[in-house]
Design a protein. Structure first.
Length: 256
């Protein structure tokens, strides 16, 4: 297996597992970490012996806290397009998978991690998992988040979650269909493997074509969203608001 620095990769018969592995940072991802995830996803997608994929996080506190703000605080408006293009590549990799992707949510999935969780096919979680789009609290505009939330939730809930920045408890996420299986914490990975093995046993051509069609149904709006994200994030960083909010966050954490 490839010697990854920020993730762990395992093969369990026909199921490939990717474990986000920065538990000291609540598995928050940087560009380098997302590059590793893309490499692992592409390798599993190409492997004849892999028929389904699971993504989970190390530890018991977070699936992923989203973007590592220590990286994001260094951005300015000149970085906007290059940064968003990395997200386009990351999301496109997930959306282009020919094999089913099960998200085993072992804790909080916030911001971009919430979006990635929603881009998976099936989500398994436990009571205590919190999900949402808190970007507004850091002065960061939400563009890709509302796109994916609108696809799966509709506009009314998308507006409410985006503007409040609140995190939903697992029971609410389950009730509105974001979490498909809500199980005890120690059963999350067990259920995820059961679901992944069930999906792995399905006819592979039909699986590939179904997933291809899901991607096609939202492809035009995905590309439009990326262009909007480049434009709006440049506006946000040009205003200085994200930088001020993140600086205040780090100052508060330093004093704590």
């Amino acid at each position: 297996m490839h010697p990854y620095q920020f993730i762990e990769v395992e093969q369990h018969d026909e199921v490939g597992l990717i474990r986000l592995n920065r538990p000291e940072k609540l598995n928050a991802w940087t560009g380098a970490m997302r590059d590793e995830i893309m490499q692992a996803l592409q390798a599993f997608n190409a492997a004849a012996g892999t028929r389904a994929i699971i993504m989970t996080g190390a530890g018991d506190r977070a699936f992923c806290a989203g973007q590592d703000l220590e990286e994001a605080q260094r951005f300015d408006e000149k970085d906007s397009e290059a940064w968003i293009r990395t997200w386009e590549a990351f999301y496109d990799t997930i959306r282009s998978l020919e094999k089913p992707l099960v998200m085993a949510l072992n804790g909080t999935a916030a911001g971009s991690a919430f979006q990635v969780a929603l881009l998976g096919d099936i989500r398994v979680a436990h009571p205590g998992v919190r999900m949402g789009q808190p970007e507004i609290n850091s002065g960061i505009a939400s563009v890709t988040g509302p796109w994916i939330m609108n696809l799966v939730l509709g506009m009314s809930r998308t507006i409410e979650l985006t503007l409040t920045g609140r995190l939903m408890e697992a029971e609410e996420s389950h009730r509105i269909g974001l979490i498909h299986y809500l199980v005890p914490q120690e059963q999350v990975l067990v259920r995820a493997f059961a679901v992944a093995r069930e999906l792995a046993a399905k006819p592979p051509v039909a699986m590939r074509l179904d997933k291809q069609r899901f991607r096609e149904m939202s492809e035009a709006s995905f590309r439009e969203t990326i262009e909007a994200a480049i434009r709006l994030h440049a506006d946000a960083y040009a205003s200085g608001e994200p930088q001020r909010m993140m600086a205040a966050f780090f100052e508060k954490r330093r004093k704590a």
